[in-house]
Design a protein around this ligand. Structure first.
Ligand SMILES: [Zn+2]
Length: 220
């Protein structure tokens, strides 16, 4: 898909892949716990291989279902997260975490799993993050904040250490969900035009932060 975009549109594309946490439930139903875990780990291995081959810049979304599940599923998902973090460390890439709502406690828990895996907090991206920008709110993980105006204003009032995302899904049954793909540049220009953020702040958020987090160079 990335190649198709590169061929047809003059734009840079970076890819992350990983076995989607909610799919674990379906695999568990169909094949049972042991086989389901093994399939999820195999998916992570595939993603790690793509990172090694530089076709991909991160492993994710991996994580836990974002809705209520019983403790067994949480425990097994945590094993998958740990494995994903270990493999991410092996290939010097970040993980992108899909999980329940972002709270300071949840961030702390992710950092602790990271410690077990040897993956530093700044290589853990929390996707669909609330505006938890400060170190004492996120314990050093990199928050990827959904680019609603409210979220971004709250984030920018605290600092510039965050990423912006749309969580765009590209599902024909849910057009534009969650936010449309143009939202990040649109929002950024709107904030600059209204004097709510500076170009320097936008540069940190859109260039420095992703470059450091994903070990990439955008300035080409
Ligand atoms: Zn997600």
């Amino acid at each position: 898909m990335a190649d198709e975009i590169r061929l047809n549109i003059d734009i840079g594309v970076f890819v992350t892949v990983g076995p989607y946490p909610v799919d674990y439930l379906r695999l568990d139903d169909k094949f049972g716990r042991v086989e389901a875990l093994s399939i999820m780990k195999k998916g992570i291995d595939e993603a790690a291989k793509l990172c090694e081959e530089k076709k991909c810049i991160g492993i994710g979304e991996i994580g836990r279902p974002h809705f209520y599940v019983d403790k067994r599923i949480i425990d097994e998902s945590n094993k998958i997260i740990l494995y994903g973090m270990q493999r991410a460390k092996d290939v010097n890439a970040p993980v992108i975490i899909h999980s329940e709502s972002t709270t300071p406690n949840h961030c702390k828990e992710l950092v602790e799993i990271g410690k077990k895996a040897g993956l530093p907090a700044n290589k853990i991206v929390k996707h669909y993050s609330a505006p938890l920008i400060l170190e004492n709110e996120n314990y050093g993980i990199m928050p990827s904040v959904l680019a609603s105006k409210k979220n971004i204003m709250e984030s920018i009032n605290k600092g510039t250490r965050f990423l912006m995302e749309t969580d765009y899904i590209d599902d024909p049954r849910r057009p534009g969900a969650v936010l449309g793909p143009k939202t990040v540049p649109k929002r950024t220009f709107e904030l600059i035009d209204n004097g709510l953020i500076t170009e320097k702040q936008a540069f940190i958020i859109h260039e420095q932060n992703p470059e450091k987090t994903y070990n990439i160079s955008l300035n080409k």
